[in-house]
Ligand binder design. Structure first.
Ligand code: 16G
Ligand code: ZN
Length: 535
């Protein structure tokens, strides 16, 4: 009963704003920051319950709205593995976030606690929630709301980890639950150690050229500056750090660069030919680019191209080992450029497709010994199964130091330590791209030539009810409205190498159309005619 009183008391502090209707979408809850205190407070409560349910374990709670505008914010939860909150708990998240009154909220919590058999304050293990936030001005107050929510569940403590990238928090939560060193410093040290190891293993090291980072005026640029202090082997200039008056995500960052295909603010004619990279607002996405002429238009190296580079490198190491027993797989979404899929299949790789949203790709990649996944927008990582890593570590003991096989094994083990095993991470992704380019002796231009993207077009269509569109699990075909897929197929057939699909957005009230063909005119025209079918 004191528990109920405590929940009621803390919920009274955070009334639900009128007309707020939220759903825990592909990226947690997001919205205008001024409306989110009650949501974040309630997600604090949810995180405590999750921690108690899985006791003893630590849960992560991240306050960020990623690539969205600076005045927005959001909240998402990391499970003990460092992965996204289990989908089974999302409906409960929706229910409590929308509960109209503290009384209703408490009764929903009571019901849930009973059903899930969560023991609160029963002398068992306590709960622990680690909190992080990006650099948004609203973050500090929202973090305070989360802390109050977490501690209103008896036996649970909130630990404020301050400003972090999303992948840093996920990494720390994962490490903590594995009983490993789990501070931010440990994160930087783990990355730098494996990066240096990979650089040392490069056979013919050439002088490397400068890399320029667009930090999107957010947390990623700030953290890269810290990391720079640990590294002697990386020539990097960091722009858009947020200190020079720039606004978070405003005409800068990975989302802007990937969607608009133009240079971010702070880049221009002096950068022609230079290797550049953009992070998003919470540094879980990266895309590379370069200017080929003095204009604003860029050559984009998106998630698909990063995936291809990684796949090539991993495959090269596996070939040295002649390791037929390693199941290497790649996971893409329907948005992957058709040319990238052809390229990967041409390498002899197994390519599978997942629904849009990191959790779906992650799940499929985890089925392989080594699973590489990327969304075209730049979110992705490489997952190594624990069994496969121990097999490698054992194997290394039998190999003679300095042999090709030994080096290949060492590279794979170092990659598994460098690349974030919890979620896509712009910082570790950047370090791996830099290693692989140096290993291959490639410029960014040379890397771009792996394959040529097919021209594509994306259209969003506003509809009265986007849930009327239902797709297959890979989102490549529409099952509803009835007959629409036949009509889409009819349009596709009119174009050489035509491909198109529709899907309801998970983050906006629209239906998205993607179209691809051999020329930009054809891709545009296919996109427009499919959009007409949706209207
Ligand atoms: C979210 C997803 C992202 C996906 C995007 C699609 C996470 C962490 N983020 O931002 O992966 O590409 O949604 O948005 O899962 P849409 O459904 O509106 O097209
Ligand atoms: Zn992000």
């Amino acid at each position: 009963e004191t528990q109920i009183a405590s929940l009621l008391k803390s919920s009274d502090l955070f009334p639900l704003p009128q007309s707020l209707k939220l759903s825990y979408g592909t990226a947690g809850f997001r919205g205008d920051a001024t409306l989110l205190a009650s949501t974040v407070h309630r997600v604090g409560i949810l995180s405590s319950l999750r921690s108690l349910k899985l006791a003893p374990s630590t849960i992560g709670l991240m306050i960020t709205a990623s690539h969205n505008k600076a005045s927005d914010n959001g909240v998402k939860v990391s499970d003990p593995s460092g992965g996204m909150l289990s989908q089974e708990w999302e409906p409960f998240g929706d229910q409590i976030a929308n509960a109209p009154s503290p009384q209703k909220l408490v009764s929903l919590i009571r019901e849930f606690v009973e059903r899930e058999e969560i023991s609160i304050g029963g002398g068992g293990e306590g709960g622990e929630v680690w909190l992080g936030r990006d650099t948004r001005p609203s973050g500090e107050a929202l973090l305070r709301a989360a802390e109050i929510g977490v501690s209103s569940v008896s036996g649970c403590v909130a630990v404020n980890k301050g400003v972090l990238t999303t992948p840093q928090l996920h990494w720390m939560v994962r490490a903590k639950n594995k009983g490993l060193n789990a501070t931010e410093k440990d994160y930087f040290e783990s990355l730098t150690t494996s990066f240096k190891c990979l650089i040392d293993l490069i056979p013919n090291k050439l002088e490397s050229s400068k890399l320029v980072l667009d930090g999107t005026n957010g947390v990623g640029g700030e953290k890269m500056e810290v990391l720079k202090g640990y590294l002697s082997n990386l020539d990097i200039e960091i722009r858009n750090t947020g200190r020079d008056g720039g606004v978070l995500n405003e005409s800068v960052g990975a989302d802007f660069v990937q969607k608009e295909k133009v240079v971010p603010l702070g880049f221009g004619v002096n950068d022609v030919g230079v290797r550049c990279v953009s992070f998003d607002g919470d540094a879980d996405r990266l895309v590379y680019f370069y200017l080929s002429s003095g204009e604003k238009k860029i050559e984009l190296l998106d998630g698909d191209k990063i995936l291809s580079l990684f796949a090539l490198f991993v495959k090269e190491q596996l070939n040295v080992l002649d390791d037929g027993c390693c199941r290497l797989g790649v996971v893409q979404t329907a948005y992957a450029n058709g040319a990238s899929t052809d390229y990967l299949k041409g390498l002899g790789l197994e390519v599978v497709f997942a629904k849009t949203g990191v959790k779906h790709l992650h799940e499929k990649a985890a089925e392989f010994d080594v699973g590489i996944y990327f969304e075209a927008n730049g979110h992705g990582t490489i997952l190594f199964s624990e069994d496969y890593v121990s097999l490698l570590v054992d194997k290394r003991k039998e190999l003679s130091e300095g042999s090709d096989e030994c080096n290949a094994v060492s590279r794979l083990v170092a990659v598994s330590n460098l690349i974030n095993q919890a979620v896509g991470d712009a910082i570790s992704g950047l370090l791996l791209v830099e290693v692989v380019l140096r290993h291959m002796g490639w410029s960014v231009q040379k890397w771009n030539e792996l394959y040529k993207d097919l021209p594509s077009r994306q259209v969003k269509v506003e509809v009265p009810d986007r849930t009327a569109v239902v797709t297959t699990s890979e989102e490549t075909e529409a099952l509803r409205p009835l007959g629409i897929q036949d009509a889409i197929n009819g349009e596709i057939r009119k174009y050489k190498r035509g491909r198109a699909f529709i899907r309801p957005s998970g983050t906006e009230d629209v239906v998205r159309v993607y179209a691809e063909a051999t020329t930009q005119e054809d891709a545009d025209s296919l996109g427009d005619s499919v959009a007409q079918l949706v209207k």
